[in-house]
Write a protein that binds this ligand. Sequence first.
Ligand SMILES: N[C@@H](CCC(=O)N[C@@H](CS)C(=O)NCC(=O)O)C(=O)O
Length: 319
Amino acid sequence: MSETAAPFPKELDADGGFRRQESAFRDRVTADGSSGFPAAPGRYHLYVSLACPWAHRTVIYRALRGLEDVISMTVVDPERDERGWAIREGEGNTPDPVNGFGHLSEAYRRSDPSFEGRVTVPVLWDTVTGRIVNNESAEIIRMLDREFAAFARHPGPLLCPPDLEAEIDEVNAFVYPNVNNGVYRCGFAVTQRAYEQAFAALFGALEVLERRLADRRYLLGPRITESDWRLFTTLVRFDPVYVGHFKCNLRRISDHPNLSGYLRDLYQQPGIAATVDLDHIKRHYYRTHLTINPTRIVPVGPELDWDAPHGRDAVGGGG
Ligand SMILES: N[C@@H](CCC(=O)N[C@@H](CS)C(=O)NCC(=O)O)C(=O)O
């Protein structure tokens, strides 16, 4: 086993498994301003990669809530270079209109000069204090859901309503380690054993979800919640990237009737298809992880048709 094969050698456990770092910036924007970061139009800026499943969550929430004119956004270059996420003109990405950063690392250094972790997207930046508020997507999406209602074109319904929060947290606690992070645990493992453990957990979890979706249109029943969008960003990358690049190849999502109909159902929700950039997604993974794909060749396939009828309208009383 060679540790140099690991994309992130500092994030390996003793068995050669991938252990993701904790997010460093954890302040909150609140509607009433009690946190010191009041929700306000034009004050906050998102740095995202359209390739990244975690950042994609925040792009989806910004679109669903209709916050495009309230929270501005910079899309980074999908291909990370030796200095990390670069911010520049390219196909589907633009320079930074707020700070003029050339690399996202500048945002981290300006917020905390002693920061030594991995520079990740998404980042929620505060233009008033000139620092990162939060770089944890799970927390950023709850802020976009709940705290910006006064400025949102679509302030409701909440995607994490208080009465469903405990159940949403429970579903997320199953989906995150086994599926969202599970595909990375397959792809970033540097021992056969760690890979096989992650692989078994991933496909076991997909079977559980496939069964769950047999009589529920969405994960919690007839309405879409946060848990669905968190699963969606992994499912939409699965067949085009994770099957090949991360060796998640027991079955494709298209081999699961319920999961594939559910994926198309979510993809066809208003505003969502525009958040899915397959070119950024494929270029990022295949051209950035050089230890996994040293030729940097981006596969041409597979053929995908997420606009096909999903047939989920009548499942579990949803409609
Ligand atoms: N916990 C973070 C994870 C974010 C994350 O790991 N993002 C990846 C992209 S998919 C990243 O920016 N990686 C940068 C790097 O690996 O250097 C969140 O959910 O917000």
